[in-house]
Design a binder for this molecule. Structure first.
Ligand code: MN
Length: 713
């Protein structure tokens, strides 16, 4: 176990300004908090956080990261709280420790291969700060180094699998190949013990058989480069058992060649020298075809740069060679952690690093102090997503801002359609609650439930929105169908015909409809007039009046009295019609406007349109309804504007309420529609203004109807 002064010395060696006092306090605090706790190995528990801190010193992390490593298990495993850490070590450290704690709580429950990518994203998203991820990787590395102490074989296997699927790829993604390689090899030893043992035995055999071969190759390569005037470091490295094994798996071959187990590396000072060294090697030894790769001009996504080549080298042994600069070498080993090195003043020459590193280096260049620099180490990846669990532990990836309804639809359309409630982390929460990373979401369903249009206001996924809309459309179609049929039945009857769906078939083409049902729905939606349909079927009706007041006139015509409506004050013989703007009803105070050649137009006294005639009082005619106008046989058109809540059944309620009050809907037009409500215009046959007022009152008492106003314009 590393001792307190050793840890401080290591940090001080690369960061003379490190907060020595805080590191000392954290060391003592972790020791006290973990107290008599023991590891599976029998070691005191606090040896673990200290080793984790030690691993991170290799990557020259800042004091806050080292302190976080020392404290990383205190919130989860001891009596320490976030508030304690914040009080003793400040907000930054408390936040970092909290981040590591959260990551520890989402450990994999089982081997779910297909979910590995999502788990990796989850870990990245939850890390938020790069340092959280680095501490977590060091934590995992130490746990893997001590994995063999765990007795439970299933547990060992689970941890090894998780390491292989989640943490090694994460280490690779941020370019720390050292940690990646070690994690993989430790996991490999647990998961495929026999395969690894036989590989190691084979490696030992080949090494012995080769005698001083590797040294001879190194010497010759070094001499060759020196003779060409290049000062280069040449080294040989045995590939890890896991990387050899994976290559054998992928290519389905055994290993025999030296090139299968050894890689040689040439490290020089500049990019020019990389290509120079490559030229020297290629002109001295025959190339192995298709082995050359230039990762300097085209770096790997994680920022890795090097030249790779294969040659038949000294004594015609096939070997693989990597050529790189010192800086490239550092990035290859340390990945993003390498930028802490650059903090000391070195920078890669062309700066073509992967995005994070590049951004961090940019910040570094412009940041005035280290604190500002650290501000910018926040992870940006996957911040637009949230990852949540089903009760079974499946991971569901959703866009940020998603709510339980989105989650339900992501699980299955049926779950979405029937969801009535949600438990988030065991607590019942509203369906509109935004979800957070790592939330466990349980959807409560009911067969009686159907999608609600109000959900559209808070869902964010396209799938949820599309399903809700589709359902609402289907519901509305049913309502429009009913409404349209009612309108058509009346329209037929008014012309003296019996409604027959068969008759509609003949006019589908005229109205560009595909089916009878479509036609009826179109009428119900108010996009087609019922009478127009009847006229199309019976063209002889064409010459009969079709004005707005056609209904009133038609009914009236049946009366022997002759005059359509009884209005006092009209000039005998003068044509009369009702204004389409205000739809006067018996009981309304009315006024007539005389237009030469057209006769009298009757408006209600409060109609806005009257304004335009204020300069021509000679055209005004005082009118009033006659006593007997409220004849139940006579009907007039009342027009109302409504705002109706957009939910299944609301249109049905509307027509029921109107029908119950002896009104007939003859026309319905939706003037505005959005996720929450419809605005519509409704024409209702009524006897008089009192009748309409009753209907309006009844509509106002209907919950699904927001507002009802008589149309004034
Ligand atoms: Mn730990």
């Amino acid at each position: 176990m590393m001792r307190q002064f050793e840890l401080v010395e290591r940090v001080k060696s690369y960061d003379p300004a490190a907060d020595e006092d805080a590191i000392n306090r954290a060391y003592v605090y972790a020791m006290k908090q973990h107290g008599a706790q023991r590891r599976a190995s029998g070691d005191p528990y606090f040896s673990h956080p200290i080793e984790v801190a030690g691993i991170l010193t290799r990557y020259r992390l800042d004091s806050a990261s080292i302190i976080t490593a020392l404290l990383h298990d205190t919130i989860e495993d001891t009596s320490a709280t976030y508030a304690d850490i914040e009080r003793l070590f400040g907000e930054e450290v408390a936040h970092l420790v909290d981040g590591v704690t959260k990551l520890s709580r989402i450990e994999l429950q089982s081997d779910r291969n297909k979910q590995a990518e999502n788990f990796r994203k989850l870990v990245l998203a939850m890390s938020e700060d790069l340092r959280v991820l680095l501490v977590k990787l060091a934590d995992r590395l130490h746990n893997m180094r001590t994995l063999h102490h765990i007795q439970d074989a299933d547990k060992r296997r689970r941890i090894a699998l998780e390491t292989m699927e989640i943490y090694a790829p994460l280490a690779e993604r941020i370019g720390i190949s050292e940690i990646k390689n070690e994690l993989e090899d430790l996991a490999f030893a647990e998961l495929h013990t026999d395969a690894r043992d036989s590989l190691v035995a084979r490696l030992n055999f080949l090494r012995e058989k080769g005698g001083g071969l590797i040294k001879r190759i190194l010497d010759e390569l070094g001499r060759t480069l020196r003779e060409a005037g290049l000062a280069a470091e040449v080294s040989g490295r045995e590939k890890s058992p896991y990387s050899i094994w994976r290559k054998m798996q992928v290519k389905n071959v055994g290993f025999e060649q030296l090139s299968d187990i050894m890689a040689f590396r040439i490290v020089v000072d500049s990019i020019e020298e990389c290509y120079h060294a490559l030229g020297v090697i290629h002109s001295r030894y025959p190339m192995v075809p298709n082995r050359f790769k230039d990762y300097i001009s085209t770096p790997k996504p994680n920022g890795y740069r090097s030249l790779h080549t294969g040659v038949f080298g000294p004594a015609s042994h096939r070997i693989e060679i990597q050529i790189r600069t010192r800086e490239m070498h550092e990035v290859a080993q340390f990945g993003v952690a390498a930028h802490w090195t650059y903090k000391q003043g070195h920078r890669p020459a062309d700066g073509k690093q992967f995005r994070w590193l590049q951004e961090m280096l940019d910040v570094l260049e412009h940041a005035s102090n280290p604190e500002e620099f650290l501000e910018h180490t926040k992870l940006e990846m996957y911040q637009d997503q949230v990852f949540c669990f089903t009760p079974k532990g499946d991971l569901i990836a959703l866009p940020r801002g998603a709510c339980p309804v989105d989650f339900a639809y992501a699980v299955h359309s049926k779950v979405g359609d029937t969801c009535v409630g949600a438990k988030i982390n065991g607590r019942i929460m509203p369906l509109r609650t935004p979800l957070n990373n790592g939330d466990q979401v349980e959807i409560v369903t009911s067969k009686a439930q159907t999608p609600s249009p109000t959900w559209e206001r808070f869902v964010v996924t396209a799938k949820a929105r599309a399903r809700i809309r589709r359902f609402v459309r289907q519901q509305q179609r049913g309502q429009y169908l009913e409404l349209g049929r009612g309108i058509l039945i009346r329209a037929f009857r008014q012309e003296g015909y019996e409604y027959a769906e068969k008759a509609l078939e003949g006019v589908l083409k005229i109205f560009k409809q595909d089916s009878v049902e479509d036609l009826v729905v179109t009428v119900g939606e108010g996009n087609l007039n019922g009478r127009d349909v009847v006229v199309a079927i019976y063209p002889e009706l064409k010459n009969r009046p079709t004005a707005d007041n056609v209904v009133a006139l038609k009914r009236a015509r049946k009366k022997p009295a002759g005059n359509a409506v009884s209005i006092r004050g009209l000039i005998p013989g003068m044509a009369m019609h009702f204004a389409a703007c205000c739809h006067p009803l018996p009981g309304d105070r009315i006024v007539g406007i005389v237009t030469t050649g057209k006769g009298v137009t009757i408006h209600t006294i409060d109609c806005d349109q009257l304004e335009q005639f204020s300069e021509t009082p000679e055209r005004w005619l005082d009118l009033s309804w006659s006593e007997n106008e409220s004849d139940p046989d006579k009907v007039h058109l009342g027009r109302v504007n409504l705002v109706v809540v957009n939910e299944p059944g609301s249109l049905g309620n509307l027509s029921t309420v109107v029908a119950k009050n002896q009104g007939n809907i003859t026309n319905l037009k939706i003037t505005n529609r959005n996720a929450d409500y419809f605005e519509m215009l409704l024409d209702i046959e009524v006897r008089d203004v009192k009748h309409l007022t009753n209907i309006i009152a009844a509509l106002r008492a209907t919950p699904a109807i927001n507002s009802v106003e008589r149309a004034r314009n």
